[in-house]
Design a protein around this ligand. Structure first.
Ligand code: SF4
Length: 335
């Protein structure tokens, strides 16, 4: 067993290229996930409902300054139709994800959430629309959402400043995460691996932050450059290191729900299966209308942009079974 309370052990696992050590780490992560979730892999139906964003994160393809991004918003009816499709397939969680789009003020956003909640009362609604006031988060919770995803991206202040404009701050991001948790959301944090200027020490700080926040969900993906961003010339994050961080997140927060991210599937054809092997236990197939999928281009070459919801669903089911895990369509709340 690895003693993950020790920083030198963690740093060694963050940076190791020893295959035996890596396999041992993955085996321990799998054991931990099995203890809480058996062999189940939970499904979340992802609806990317707006690619407008008021922010200008330097790595992001839908940042405000990207004039090449073709913008879209889904109407309430379009969003409900995505949920209806998902419901027919058996999904019991819908994830509403978007940029920080001021159009969706509290009234508009809560109207959509309440409509989904009224039509699918047994399904969990996850929201991922960035930093808002505590009052706004409370309204979202009251409207029927149960989970909120807000990746912190890096837990190091200086590093955060190199990836974000000065109008954004790590302290506010952290404050939002703690507030969300306090008011009763199941909360999801997470970070990029291999982002520009990142050091192993930064990744260690990400793990420290996970331990401190103890989130119910943890999203970890490799940095992937996007051609229309200031960070376009940086190399993508490594598959191996991202997988090790998934495994370490599992050891630090054993009961977490950890998705095998699309970004991992983008840098390697079996990236998601490898993530399941390293301790992940959630997949998030896309329910967004196909005609908008390519426009939600946070990074380049994103996979699964051409398949209908049912195709994505079947493909993921088959992949999961082939990899030896059990697809599970329940709400999949945190243990
Ligand atoms: S990462 Fe999120 S907040 Fe930042 S520009 Fe992209 S969509 Fe907006």
């Amino acid at each position: 067993m690895f003693d993950v309370t020790k920083d030198d052990v963690l740093l060694n696992l963050i940076t190791t290229d020893d295959q035996n050590v890596t396999e041992e780490l993955f085996a321990e992560a799998r054991e931990n996930r099995k203890e809480y979730y058996g062999t189940k892999v939970y499904f979340r139906g992802l609806i990317e409902f707006t690619n407008y964003c008021k922010n200008d994160c330097l790595y992001c393809g839908i940042r405000r300054s990207n004039k090449n991004a073709e913008r879209y918003r889904l109407t309430k009816e379009q969003i409900l139709n995505c949920c209806r499709k998902g419901n027919l397939l058996g999904y019991k969680t819908f994830v509403l994800q978007g940029g920080e789009d001021p159009y969706y003020d509290d009234d508009r956003l809560t109207e959509i959430i309440a409509a989904i909640h009224a039509e699918f009362p047994d399904s969990a609604i996850t929201v991922s629309v960035g930093e808002r006031s505590t009052e706004s988060y409370e309204k979202i919770l009251k409207a029927g959402a149960a989970r909120y995803l807000l990746r912190h991206e890096t837990a190091n202040n200086e590093h955060y400043g190199k990836l974000h404009p000065s109008s954004m701050s790590l302290s506010n991001r952290k404050k939002c995460l703690f507030e969300l948790k306090k008011i009763g959301f199941q909360v999801g944090a997470g970070f990029m691996v291999g982002s520009p200027y990142q050091t192993p020490q930064n990744l260690l700080e990400d793990l420290h932050f996970l331990r401190e926040l103890n989130p119910q969900m943890i999203g970890i993906g490799p940095f992937i450059p996007q051609a229309d961003t200031p960070l376009k010339d940086f190399a993508q994050g490594s598959l191996e290191q991202t997988l090790r961080m998934v495994a370490l997140a599992r050891l630090i927060v054993p009961q977490a729900l950890i998705p095998a991210t699309t970004a991992l599937g983008t840098i390697n054809p079996f990236g998601r299966e490898k993530a399941l092997n390293a301790g992940a236990n959630v997949v998030m197939p896309n329910l967004s209308p196909v005609e908008y999928r390519k426009l939600y281009a946070l990074y380049d070459n994103k996979i699964c942009t051409g398949d209908e919801a049912a195709e994505c669903f079947m493909c993921m089911q088959n992949r999961i079974k082939k990899a030896g895990w059990t697809p599970d369509l329940c709400r999949g709340d945190a243990a």
